[in-house]
Design a protein around this ligand. Structure first.
Ligand code: C5P
Length: 288
């Protein structure tokens, strides 16, 4: 019997561009992504009685099959050519669910990483990434973490320079959206703007946080079907309290504010937290 404990970190999108629809109906994306310090806790145990199991502390999330962490374990054992019996997965959720923060994907990626460590690293990095993408588009990023340009479905990852010291306030309105719904809504809209990804990459290379924040943009934000009024309010509150920029993360509805000053970030966090329980003060995570 062996135990693995690890953190499963949330991600944010500083930019998100949709380049087109692919033959497999997924969208070709271009996004600057960042791991942040908000995390779930994952515990894996081997040598347990019974079949593979997955439970969380949230009663409304599916346990076992139907939970993305369970699917990730199945993908791992399929590639290992071994039976998954006797493995248990326990997840303490802290990342809001269906929030645009890749909480489920982060758990699933942690399961892949943790199982590979528990079993003595039998799967190569490449095979793990293949298993990750078979489970979900955000998993390859969640497996690697840090600051990356993500392209394709999200699996082509390019290492980017670290952000200058900064703070990221996350605030989720009290509604949840499905990623598929947001992409479907995007299909019915003509994008009103596009992110200046090249400019953002240049700003990152120059270490210019202000110029970087000014280029944050998510093409899904104007067409996302839910929480538009709250998102606008949150964005205003973040900017009023000194955020250099504010944008929706992923398919939303969580908004992020990027700050260069901790006191301003803390003030925004304290203020928004009074109205929105899913508010977090985070920092970028360089490596997972
Ligand atoms: O890959 P994942 O299961 O996370 O994707 C959820 C949904 O988001 C897909 O079914 C698809 O509708 C949409 N999606 C997309 N293009 C991507 C990633 C996700 O259309 N690159």
């Amino acid at each position: 019997m062996a135990t693995w404990r690890g953190d499963a970190f949330a991600k944010v999108n500083f930019t998100l561009d949709v380049l087109g629809v692919r033959p497999d109906a997924y969208h070709d994306l271009r996004m600057i992504m960042q791991t942040v310090s908000l995390c779930d806790r994952v515990v894996l145990r081997t040598g347990q009685p019974g079949p593979l199991s997955a439970v969380t502390n949230l009663s409304y999330l599916p346990a076992g099959r139907g939970n993305i962490a369970y699917t990730a374990a199945e993908a791992f054992f399929a590639r290992l050519g071994q039976c998954a019996d006797g493995v248990s997965i326990e997840i303490e959720k802290r990342i809001p669910v269906a929030a645009g923060l890749a909480g489920g994907s982060a758990d699933a990626a942690a399961v892949l990483r943790g199982l590979n460590e528990l079993y003595g690293l039998p799967l190569s990095e490449e095979t793990l990434l293949d298993a990750a993408l078979s489970v979900g588009s955000d998993l390859p990023f969640c497996l690697r973490g840090g600051t990356k340009l993500a392209e394709g479905r999200g699996e082509w990852l390019t290492e980017l320079p670290l952000l200058p010291p900064c703070f990221i306030v996350l605030c989720k309105p009290p509604c949840s959206v499905s990623t598929a719904q947001v992409f479907a809504a995007f299909g019915n809209h003509r994008p009103s703007g596009r992110p200046d990804t090249e400019g953002a990459l240049r700003a990152l290379r120059d270490g210019d946080l202000k110029a970087f924040a000014q280029r944050m943009y998510n093409v899904l934000e104007p067409c996302s079907p839910t929480g538009a009024r709250e998102r606008a309010e949150i964005s205003r509150a973040l900017i009023d309290r000194g955020a250099l920029g504010a944008v929706m993360s992923g398919s939303g509805p969580t908004m992020l504010g990027l700050f260069d000053r901790e006191d301003a970030a803390r003030d925004a966090y304290e203020t928004l937290r009074r109205q929105y329980k899913d508010t977090f003060l985070t920092t970028p995570v360089r490596e997972i």
